[in-house]
Ligand binder design. Structure first.
Ligand SMILES: [Zn+2]
Length: 330
């Protein structure tokens, strides 16, 4: 057995037990943050059902290798909401996949697997195509839907799928993986990347392969620290700019707001005397200027803000409200 998925033991166990009992669902909905491992787990499921070795998934037989290289004819990976895909081409791709392909028998493997990424906020036309397949599942076919937020998936779709929730990985799991997979001696850098990844292994790997990603995340966090020095007008300007960003790219902006939380966690860690060596002076200074309660309450305010944004409450108002709760530091 050779699962590519790192961590997520409960999810893997659930799927594997169902497979052994011949009770795999024809439709899964995997929920978890961006880069947490949803696609990797889906590909593992595709390998599990198509692997020809005894210890499935082996990641070594012809089927497993072809799935890994994204060239297996029975496994389709479709991003229906990617930025490069216009909404219409997403529909065409879906139609092509679901109406034509699902009616065909598996060609080189034993089970067709359709993995649909980013189905959050799917349009009605798209979900109708999907619903038909979920209602009358073709034989030897598994549909795996991936979403970041359960609330953004239509109830009619949700109720027809078996749900799998993927939590962020533990920092120790991420760090251990990076240490075994990459020959990088710089432990301070690896710890920093682990911290910035927030339990999303895909993000950590991205950062190792592209240092600009680290710069981008550090910039977002440094930008957030600034707000403790802002005047009221500057705070409202900032909330306006975030509201605009939300409109343009919701997922990315929500991820950025989540990074603010990680920033506060760092401030709390510094305050408690941990790991001072990996933080810059700005962090240490702000952490000294704020009380434990002030940091903690700002974190609470961010969590409440995220929950309200999740419910689609007016973003500008929600963010303005948050800004009013941020303690001012001279
Ligand atoms: Zn195999």
């Amino acid at each position: 057995m050779n699962w590519t998925t790192v961590g997520h033991k409960k999810a893997i166990q659930g799927v594997y037990q169902a497979y052994l009992a011949n009770r795999l669902s024809h439709a899964y909905l995997i929920i978890g943050n961006e880069n947490v491992g949803k696609t990797t787990l889906s590909l593992d499921i595709a390998k599990l059902v198509n692997c020809t070795s005894e210890n499935k998934p082996c990641s070594d037989c012809r089927n497993c290798k072809r799935i890994d290289s994204n060239s297996h004819t029975d496994v389709s990976l479709i991003d229906i909401f990617s930025e490069k895909n216009s909404a219409t081409s997403g529909i065409d791709e879906l139609r092509e996949a679901f109406i034509a392909k699902t009616n065909r028998k598996p060609f080189e493997g034993s089970c067709r697997v359709f993995i649909l990424q980013s189905i959050d906020n799917m349009r009605v036309e798209q979900s109708n195509i999907l619903l038909k397949t979920l209602e009358e599942p073709p034989e030897d076919t598994i549909v795996i839907l991936l979403a970041e937020n359960i609330n953004s998936v239509l109830e009619t779709i949700r109720s027809r799928c078996q749900l799998i929730f993927l939590d962020p990985l533990q920092e120790s799991e991420v760090l251990e993986y990076l240490n075994t997979q990459f020959s990088i001696d710089d432990q301070v850098m690896l710890k920093n990347i682990t911290k910035l990844s927030q339990g999303r292994l895909g993000r950590a790997i991205k950062m190792i392969n592209d240092p600009r990603e680290v710069d981008y995340l550090n910039e977002i966090m440094a930008g957030f620290l600034e707000i403790f020095h802002f005047s009221l007008i500057e705070k409202f300007d900032f909330s306006q700019s975030v509201a605009l960003k939300l409109q343009k790219n919701r997922t990315k902006t929500i991820n950025e707001i989540n990074l603010w939380l990680s920033c506060l966690r760092d401030l709390l860690l510094i305050k408690s005397g941990f790991e001072n060596d990996i933080y810059s002076e700005d962090y240490v200074k702000i952490s000294n200027d704020l009380s434990f309660d002030e940091i903690f309450n700002t974190g609470k305010a961010i969590e409440e803000t995220l929950a309200l944004l999740d419910l689609n409450i007016n973003p500008r108002l929600t963010l303005d409200n948050f800004m009013l709760r941020v303690h001012h530091v001279n």
